[in-house]
Design a binder for this molecule. Structure first.
Ligand code: CTP
Length: 401
């Protein structure tokens, strides 16, 4: 699967305070299984020592085209030939300017010139006034038109003490952008809406009904859809998951809040994936304070009302997006999931066994549509999510041959 392939990244580091974050990015790349060749500009070596990046990458760092690593002396060609992706983090205004205008006066800029069709990503980092400068913006625009990816920059506090746009993205986010370089953009221009996690239905000020869903599968689907080029909105019940990168997230608590958020976001949505484990019932009465024990009196009886069925409501709408349901079953997976697909009125349903997926990082599932059953073997939830999206795209009306 995708994440198990060894890919080779050439990581350019140009001069800027954020060069120290290139150390963490290198560590993350190596940990994720990429081989990484670091190339530093002369200015970058003023901010961090090549020895640090050599130790972290496990390879000599290329710093000077006149002291080449390649036997033929042509590092700018040899390094790029071996690369699956070319990443520059941080990318200074100077580096961006050279790349946008075809200038090559050091190893990194000549590498960028020789990049050919290799996926290339720059993570700009500079003072907010420099970033806002018309020439920098013009150069960035030009690079985008040339097919170069621009990751960030983020907003926030800067090394110079100012606050604004220009901070380099955090290394964890740059790693996600790098992973996305290798995913085909099957969902470019598409809107994907996903529900995820459990819901929490309050009973009193401190108690409520919920379930064991961790939200991991919904999060993996949101990330996979973003990687494949979609504009993604995640309607998330209460979980311990961090806010996903690149995805617009709406946090909700109850099933009714989740339904309202979904209905408010539906316009223009191409795919709706209901991965949430929505509570089917909620306490009929929510007590204002905390319910107290009343001496030896019998415990209170919890009366329940049904919650709206979010997926069935969306699927029944006249202009419904392509709807995908999930079924978390305890047994008899295929029969239960087949019946649920028909009951919910959806073209595709992903069935899994609740006890074998809740809280785990891996999962196995079956995909059920009108034609039959496709089994997807156990794997990391992210790999499974990528695979599920391939199956979704192949079934979407305009994609069918
Ligand atoms: N779902 C929903 N709203 C609900 C209940 C479920 O949108 N109120 C969605 C889930 O997100 C999932 C699918 O419907 O995509 C099936 O959820 P599941 O809990 O397995 O099915 P239920 O309809 O609740 O059936 P049961 O609990 O009886 O198996």
């Amino acid at each position: 699967m995708d994440s198990l392939q060894t890919r080779h990244i050439v990581l350019g580091v140009s001069g800027g305070v954020a060069a120290y974050k290139a150390c963490e990015l290198t560590r993350l790349l190596v940990k994720a299984g990429y081989t990484t060749q670091v190339v530093m500009t002369a200015a970058a070596t003023r901010f961090v020592g090549p020895a640090t990046l050599q130790a972290l990458s496990g390879r000599p760092v290329a710093t000077d085209q006149w002291q080449p690593l390649a036997a033929n002396g042509m590092d700018h060609i040899e390094l790029v030939r071996a690369a699956d992706a070319l990443v520059v983090a941080p990318a200074s205004a100077d580096c961006i300017g050279k790349a946008a205008n075809g200038l090559g006066d050091d190893l990194l800029s000549t590498l960028l010139l020789a990049r050919d069709t290799i996926p290339t990503l720059l993570a700009p980092a500079m003072n907010r006034a420099m970033w806002a400068n018309a020439s920098v913006q013009r150069n960035v625009q030009r690079l985008r038109m040339d097919g170069v990816g621009i990751a960030g920059p983020a907003s926030g506090e800067q090394a110079c003490g100012e606050v604004g746009e220009g901070r380099m993205l955090e290394p964890e986010s740059i790693l996600l952008e790098i992973e996305a370089l290798f995913q085909p953009k099957r969902l470019a221009g598409r809107r994907v809406l996903i529900t995820a996690g459990p819901t929490f239905e309050p009973w009193d000020a401190v108690r409520g009904l919920t379930n064991r869903s961790s939200g991991k599968m919904g999060w993996a689907l949101a990330r996979a859809a973003w990687e494949q080029g979609a504009e993604v909105t995640l309607v998330a019940g209460p979980t311990a998951q961090a806010t996903p990168y690149g995805v617009s997230t709406i946090e909700v608590e109850t099933a009714r809040e989740m339904r309202d958020a979904v209905q408010a976001e539906l316009k223009g949505v191409d795919v709706f994936i209901a991965a949430a484990a929505v509570a089917d019932w909620r306490p009929a009465r929510v007590e204002a304070g905390k319910l107290k024990k009343q001496g030896d009196a019998r415990p209170p009886v919890l009366e329940l009302d049904p919650n709206p069925d979010i997926l069935a409501e969306v699927a029944a709408q006249p202009e419904a997006p392509f709807c995908v349901g999930f079924a978390a079953e305890a047994d008899d997976l295929i029969a239960n999931a087949q019946a649920k697909r028909v009951r919910k009125g959806v073209p595709l349903l992903v069935g899994n066994l609740g006890p074998q997926t809740f809280g785990r990082d891996d999962n196995a599932c079956v995909l059920i549509d009108a034609q039959g059953v496709l089994e997807l073997p156990r794997g990391a939830k992210l790999d499974l999510a990528r695979r599920i999206l391939v199956e979704i795209v192949s079934r979407m009306p305009s994609q069918q041959s």
